[in-house]
Structures are given as structure tokens and as C-alpha cells.
Design a protein around this ligand. Sequence first.
Ligand code: NAP
Length: 436
Amino acid sequence: MLNYRIAIVGAGPAGYFTAQSFQNAQSDDLSFTIDMIERLPTPWGLVRSGVAPDHPKIKTVSKVFEKIAKEPGFRLFANVELGKDFSLKDLRDQYDAVVLATGASKGRKLGIPGENLTNSLSAADFVPWYNAHPDYVDLKVDLISDTAVVIGAGNVAMDVARILAIDPTELYPTDVADHALAKLKQSNIRTVIICGRRGPEHAAFTAPELRDLPKLENTDVYIDSKQIQDAESRIAALSEIEKDLKNNLEAMKLIAEYPKKGVERKLEIKFLAAPIEFKGNNKIEEVIFTQNKVENGKVVSSGEKFSVKCGLVISAIGYDSVEYPGITIENGRINNIAGHVEHNIYTTGWAKRGPTGVIGTNKSDSTDVVELIIKNLKEPKLSEGITSLLKSGHEVIDQLAWEKINASEVISGEIAGKPRVKEVDWKRLISLGRSS
Ligand code: NAP
């Protein structure tokens, strides 16, 4: 029986599905010892700090993660940081294969004047702020003005816009961060405008998420039906219209035609609006857009400009992977060929393919990478793994410690009528893990 040591860096969906693929590949002659390494004191990655709090169904995948973690040979090493506690070379030497499932957490920049004004934020910071990520607790978010603009026509833009536009009472039964809920309760924002630079037919939203919008209880959602009709006539000439596109346009039409409740809270989706400048005196006050048009299938500026007065802008235009020693990033991803980085180092998930796809996309991605790894494995290394790399006294959050944190958060949640109350303080998280 051959037993290989595998290090998976990053305890998000891509990391867990990689572990699962290794577990599924075990046989009478082949087994794996899987060490999952995570910088934070908590696992689950974007399922904990990315998925919107008002979408609890998506988070139920964490049950699958916990099942994977219970399998023999799986060990969690959270509160352990690659690049700080040891180098990639150290890890490489100790393991038969290292899989970097480190995601993409750096928000892309628009690169336009005024982008750095106060209260011009990236979804890469705003989303973990409302999701209780310990690193973003102190983010300065000012919700004093009545209008917010969200740049981007993807699902993250939609999440962000919804959180800003709904009545905060709708967030009471969720696991939204306490600090964010307190801020949202005092928010003056009543109009949120999502701006996509291309047409409805090019939007990256997905239909189920769009279909949920008219169901919002305290918010009217607007789309100009003329923009949808124009998009429909533009695509009518195509020989084949993809099902997803058809569904998206139908869902948008439903939003446009849906009877409005006449409530104060508004969420609008505008298309063909590309931001060219943010203006303000230190703090954002106005976004200048160029009005785009579609000409011969291409999106071009019409030459016309318009502006939207607002006191908050969130850019939700995609993510890049973070660079660390030993890793090169190209086009926002870890440089790789089909998941192979170099030597015995591999990558999967957003770090491998870029920030696209839903949680489930990581499953097939990880299966492919694990197949490649197994094909490339040689003689198992005789090594001790991570324990030889960590300084004595390093406070690791292992599976048992995480289960204590998890139980404590869930119990606090039961008292408050929420699925959990997330602890945001790093030190308190560690002490919860220590508790008996
Ligand atoms: P995304 O789906 O790639 O959308 C990014 C948006 O930003 C696009 O509309 C893009 O427009 C726009 N954009 C990019 N650069 C821009 C620029 N310079 N100026 C103006 N707009 C710009 O990315 P995402 O929303 O971050 O989501 C990432 C992935 O997570 C997606 O696969 C998404 O479906 C998934 N996700 C899923 C859920 C869910 O299932 N509920 C929730 C959140 C996220 P162009 O198309 O013109 O480039």
C-alpha cells in the first residue's frame, strides 16, 4: 500500500473538493494523508466570508466539507500561514504534492481617475466586511448618503447591491456580521444602482439570482424594459441563442415588468454605462459614465456622458490572486498549465482558473487536478509533513478546535435566532478553539 502526503493550502470550496477527490481515489493499494492548511482560524473560505448572508441555502455545502474533514487521513491546520510560518519550498520538500487552493481575494481596479476617493470601495473588501472576516472588521464604510452605485454586472455586484438595498430587518435572521448589521440599520441609502458597461445580453448575472430580485419584500427593482427589448432584437439575428442567455433575458424582462410596490427602497440595473471618472472632494460624490452602445456586435462609446450623484461606490469587477514568494501571478491567476505549477506544486479553483464559476465548478476542476497529480506521483517521501515546519507552541486550529468554534457560534446563533453568530476577533476565535 502506497501512502502519499498531500498538502492543500486554502480551506475553501476548492480545497475541500480537492481533498474529496483524493479520498475518492483511494484504493486497497493507494491512500493519502491530507493536511489542509488555512491562514484564518476558520475554514470554509468563501462559503463563510463570500456567500451573501441572505442566501443560506448555498452555505449548506459546508455540511459536505465537514463530512470530508471527518474522513480518516484528513487533518486541518488553520491559523497557519504559507509564506509566514514556512515557505513554499519547505512545504514542497515535506509533501508528495502541494495543491494551492488559495483563491483570488484582491479586487480588480477600474484604473480611472478618482478611484481612490474615500468611500470608493472594492467588493473584495466590502463583502468580507459584512460577512465577518476578521481582516475586514475595521473597514471604513460610510452609508450616510441616499444613493450607492455598484459597478459590474455579475453576481457579486448583485449580492452587494441587494445587501445595501434591502431593509436590514431582512438580515436579522441571517449570519451577517453584527458590526455590519448595526451600520446597515443606520444606513440612509435608499437607491442602489448597478451599472454594467455592456448590454443585458452580455451581463454575467445568472438567472436564478435575477429571478429572486422581484421577490424582495421591501425593495422595488427596476430595469429599463427598452434596454431588454433592444438586447433581444440584437440577439434575434444569432443563429443559436444559448439557454443561459435566454433565461437571463427572460428574468430581466420579468424584473422590468414586475409591478412595483411603491416603496422607498430602490435597486436599479442600468446597462451600457461605463464609469470613466469618480469625482468628489476627498469623498466620492459623483460617478461620470460614458453611455455605451452596441454597434455591429461591438460595445462602443456613444460619445454621450451622464453622471450619477452618490456617496458610496462599490466596484465588483472581479478578483485577482494574491502574490506570495515562490508564486507568479499571470492574468490574475497562479501561472499554471492545467493545474500544474512546477515540480510537485499544483493549483485548483479560482487560483487556477480565475474568479469564475459557482461553488460546484470547483468539484470538476479539483477532480481533474487530482487525476493529474496521481499520474505524476513518484515514490512516497519519507517526511514528517507540516509538524516539522511549525515552531513549537504554534497555536494550530485543528478540526477539533474548529468544531468547538463552530459549536459556539451556532449556540450563540440559536439564542439570537440566527444560523450562527460569527466571531470576528482572531484572538477570541483561537480561545474558543481552546475551550473545553
Ligand atoms: P463576474 O461574474 O466575472 O462579473 C464581473 C463584472 O464586472 C462583469 O459584468 C464585467 O463586465 C464587469 N467588469 C469587469 N471589468 C470592468 C471594468 N473595468 N469596468 C466596468 N465593469 C467591469 O465576477 P463576479 O461578480 O465577481 O463573480 C465571480 C464568480 O462568482 C462568478 O462566476 C459568479 O457567478 C460567482 N458568484 C456566484 C454567486 C451565486 O451563485 N449566487 C454569487 C456571487 C458570485 P464585462 O463582462 O463587460 O467584462
